[in-house]
Write a protein that binds this ligand. Sequence first.
Ligand code: IMP
Length: 207
Amino acid sequence: MQRVLIATSNAGKLRDFVGAAAAYHVEIAGIPNFARLPEVVEDGLTFEVNARKKAEEYSVHAPGEIVLADDSGLAVDAMQGAPGVLSARYANLEMVGSGNSSDAANNARLLRELAGIPFEKRAAQFVCVLAAARDGKTLAVFSGEAEGILLEAPRGSHGFGYDPLFFFPTLNKAFAELTPQEKAVVSHRGKAFRKFLEWLNGAERIT
Ligand code: IMP
C-alpha cells in the first residue's frame, strides 16, 4: 500500500485526511517526530507558497517518502477574502500580533467582525492547497474549495477551526455537524486530496 506522510501538527487536519483516505488504498501517517522538527515559518502571501514551503522543508526529514503539506483557510466575501492565509492566527493579529490563536478565539473574532451582517451577505469559501514533495522538491500542487455561509452562532461538535460557523447549504448542516468521512466528500481538503490521489495513482504507474 502506498504511504503518504502528512506534514501537520493539526490533529483536525490529520483526521480530515484519514477520513478522506478511508475509501482509498492509501496509508496516511504523520511525519515521525514531527513535533521535534524545526518549525517552518509560514510567511508566504499565498496558500500555494506556504504549502510548497512546508512540503519541501519537512520532506527533507523523511528521505524517499512522499510528504503532503496543506495550507488552507477561510476567505470571507464581506471581508475582501480575509482572514485568508492568516486564518490560523486571526485572533492573535489583534492582540499580540503573532502565532496561532485558539479556534475559540478565532471564531469569536469572526463573529464580532460579522455582527449585523445579514445571512445573505455572509458567504465564504474554505480554500485548501496541497503540495506533495519528496526529498526537498515539490512534485505537484492541488487545490480545492468549498462554498458556505457563516452562521451567527456555532453548531456541531466535529471538525476544527471555523467548522462550527461554516454552514454548508447543500447538506443543510454546518461542517462541524459532519463526521470526518462526510466532511471529506464535500470539503476543500477532500477535493484537493482526491486530485492528489488521482495524481498518485498515475505517478505510481510511471515510476
Ligand atoms: P494553516 O493551514 O496551518 O495556516 O491553518 C489553516 C487555518 O484555517 C486553520 O487553523 C483553521 O483556522 C482554518 N481552516 C482551514 N481548513 C479548515 C477546515 O477544514 N475547517 C475549519 N477551519 C479550517
